[in-house]
Design a protein around this ligand. Structure first.
Ligand code: MV4
Length: 448
């Protein structure tokens, strides 16, 4: 085992990674920006090293400062968490150059999946269903028109370097195509420094279902079932669950097979997630692959008993997966609510400030991954996630009742949070029926 690893992140995920390391007997190094000197993740770590001023660009995203911290503290490996440098193939390579193990996939896999138009082609070649659309990027308006005509409107223009929903445009008819292509490309160029775009058929109210995979250096790939993450608002996921209420054993098996083929096609290692769209006819399509541990990984941990972060650390060391596919068992249901410091009365704008009261829920089958405490100041510089509340139940109904109880116990004062919105959701008839899709939350909470 490693003796010491550095966690290049902050907040709840930094603590989550350190907990995994601690159970494996591995020492941890936290890094912190000026405003995070006394943050919970710093207090949790065995040691801590400063990496610069508050702005992420100058600290948590500043590769030289992070490498310097690892070299100075004698860490052997770096776990990037999610966000920040987690899907930066250049960072993964720099780590290698310095003799540091990047706890994540090979740089080549990050890169291949990061180029969306290329990933589509790769997946198609690997026998993974993709949404009908262009083969590679669009360069010619006439070609684009022909393809759009063939697949049928509405179509989506997507940026090849986008992700998370940035650089996307819906086109209703042929008249809007030229303008959409030009705008999307310009937007992508300025946001990602790369203007390539491609076309896909626009699916109406699909569900968003993702498959968790683990892959080791020996070529073993294990799938841990699906999570449903349709409940999002403006590209921000708010609630996830596992399994999905829209799933059948046959569909799970088909999607898991596709996920396994996808991972093998890019020689994947570590934990990864295949994102699919499931349309109303029951057909599923590859959307993108997240080459990192995700916020909602906890849902899968709760119903499988597999510690996904520990597996990542083991895999990075060259150890085989601790479980085989046959040993993966699913038990019951899990729901995760993201508690963000956001104001529901102000269109969920971030609500930074000092937390004056903080009392976390507890009791049977309630997991709270958080990095706040009384007196903690929510910074405007970073993500607004304060805590994840994950409940387990023998079935979906029990998991939801338990979540309602847990949310009721949660006391946060000083900043506005999404707790109230989640409480409303727990009693929402349509949600309770599992009748959801990616536009459900926007429709349900119009303007609030
Ligand atoms: C789509 C789609 C419908 N049809 N692609 C949004 C995030 C980006 N990574 C891909 N996204 C979408 N791609 C086709 N062909 C709808 C979305 C989408 C979405 C997907 C998953 C979860 C939430 C979403 C919210 C709006 C749009």
């Amino acid at each position: 085992m490693f003796t010491k690893i550095l966690v290049a992140n902050r907040g709840e995920i930094a603590i989550r990674v350190m907990r995994a390391a601690k159970e494996l007997g591995v020492k941890t190094v936290a890094v912190y920006s000026d405003v995070d000197k006394d943050a919970p993740h710093v207090q949790y770590a065995d040691e801590a090293f400063p990496i610069g001023p508050a702005q992420s660009q100058l600290s948590y995203l500043h590769i030289p400062n992070i490498i310097n911290a690892a070299v100075h503290t004698g860490a052997e490996a770096i776990h990037p968490g999610y966000g920040f440098l987690s899907e930066n193939d250049h960072f993964a390579r720099v780590c290698e150059t310095w003799g540091l193990v990047f706890i994540g996939p090979p740089a080549t896999a990050i890169q291949q999946m990061g180029i969306k138009a290329g990933a589509r082609r790769l997946m198609e070649e690997a026998g993974v269903p993709v949404v009908p659309g262009t083969e590679g990027t669009v360069t010619d308006l006439e070609d684009a028109k022909q393809i759009a005509q063939k697949i049928g409107y509405p179509v989506l223009v997507k940026a090849s370097f986008g992700g998370g929903g940035r650089g996307i445009r819906i086109v209703e008819d042929a008249d809007g195509l030229a303008d959409a292509l030009e705008r999307a490309s310009r937007e992508a160029q300025s946001a990602f420094g790369q203007g390539d775009v491609y076309l896909e058929k626009y699916l109406i109210n699909p569900r968003h279902i993702e498959i968790q995979v683990l892959a080791d250096k020996m070529g073993h790939v294990v799938t841990l079932g699906e999570r449903e993450s349709s409940l999002q608002r403006r590209r921000q996921k708010l609630l996830e669950e596992a399994p999905s209420s829209g799933m059948t054993p046959e569909l799970r098996s088909a999607m898991s097979d596709a996920a396994r083929r996808a991972a093998l096609a890019v020689d994947y290692e570590s934990a990864g997630t295949l994102e699919f769209l499931l349309d109303q006819s029951g057909a599923f399509y590859f959307m993108e692959m997240n080459t990192r541990v995700q916020v909602e990984h906890a849902c899968t941990e709760v119903i499988t008993g597999v510690d996904i972060v520990q597996e990542q650390i083991r895999i990075a060391q060259g150890l085989p997966l601790s479980i085989t596919q046959e040993e993966v068992n699913f038990s019951g249901w899990s729901i995760e609510c993201r508690i963000n410091a956001e104001d529901p009365d102000k269109e969920f704008r971030p609500s930074p400030g000092q937390v004056t009261v903080w009392r976390e829920p507890g009791g049977p089958w309630v997991r709270v991954d958080a990095a706040a405490q009384e007196g903690y100041t929510v910074q405007p510089y970073y993500d607004s996630l304060l805590a994840k509340v994950v409940t387990w139940g023998r079935d979906r109904d029990e998991a939801m009742r338990r979540m309602a109880r847990a949310l009721d116990e949660f006391r946060v004062e000083g900043v506005k949070t999404t707790i109230g919105m989640h409480q409303k959701l727990m009693t929402d008839e349509q949600f309770r029926r599992g009748d959801i899709h990616i536009n459900f939350l926007a429709e349900r909470f119009k303007g609030a």
